[in-house]
Design a protein around this ligand. Structure first.
Ligand SMILES: [Zn+2]
Length: 208
């Protein structure tokens, strides 16, 4: 069982996040999925296929930390296991956001296979939890896209157990995953990533 009042609070935070992310154009065409922790064993997550700018009470459901629905007949997001994999690795994570922006999609296709995306020298790197200076590079892995979510969940979990300092990851041609202690932290991480993606792509356009 989970606390219904706590669930209502985090479900609201998910709907608010959806309105913001949809407005910014980062969650088009019912793509993306968002989650927030209800307690140690329960996660509130968006129901599959819902419009992310218009999330209401019926568009968020509870799964356990293994991704199984709790007291719900709805179908959780297809990528639920990617969320629960992160909550298992990061016990202090309170929210996980997955977005499908143009810039994340384009940039993820430009990073050569086997290489990390690296941000270096940007003041805004300090928006990520634990980053105190622009002088430390922030690196982001890019996983190949797949419809085998179980395998990808396993790969991402193994990766972040070894690289817990990295604040997010990209799926090639698909989108961004990032997390935070609170929904506000997590939204700040999405915005920071989007700013950095934009800077990288703008640099590529003007570089001779
Ligand atoms: Zn996705």
């Amino acid at each position: 069982m989970f606390d219904v009042n706590q669930y209502a609070v985090v479900a609201d935070s998910i709907a608010d996040a959806g309105r913001f992310l949809y407005e910014r154009g980062w969650s088009p065409a019912t793509s993306s999925n968002y989650s927030a922790r209800v307690d140690q064993d329960h996660i509130a997550i968006t129901v599959s296929g819902r419009h992310k700018g218009q999330l209401g009470a019926g568009d968020v459901m509870v799964v356990d930390i293994q991704g199984r629905p709790v007291q719900s007949d709805s179908r959780a997001s297809a990528e639920t296991l990617l969320h629960t994999a992160l909550y298992q690795v990061f016990p202090d994570a309170g929210a996980v956001l997955h977005t499908h922006s143009v810039n994340a999609t384009v940039l993820s296709r430009l990073v050569p296979a086997g290489e990390l995306l690296t941000f270096d020298g940007y003041e805004l790197q300090k928006a990520f939890d634990g980053v105190e200076t622009h002088e430390t590079a922030v690196t982001v892995p890019v996983f190949d896209n797949t419809q085998d979510i179980e395998a990808l969940a396993k790969d991402t979990q193994e990766w972040f157990l070894k690289h817990p300092e990295q604040p997010g990851y990209l799926i090639r041609g698909h989108g961004l995953y990032t997390w935070g202690k609170t929904m506000a932290d997590c939204l700040r991480h999405v915005e920071a990533f989007e700013f950095l993606f934009e800077c990288e792509l703008a640099t590529m356009r003007v570089r001779p």
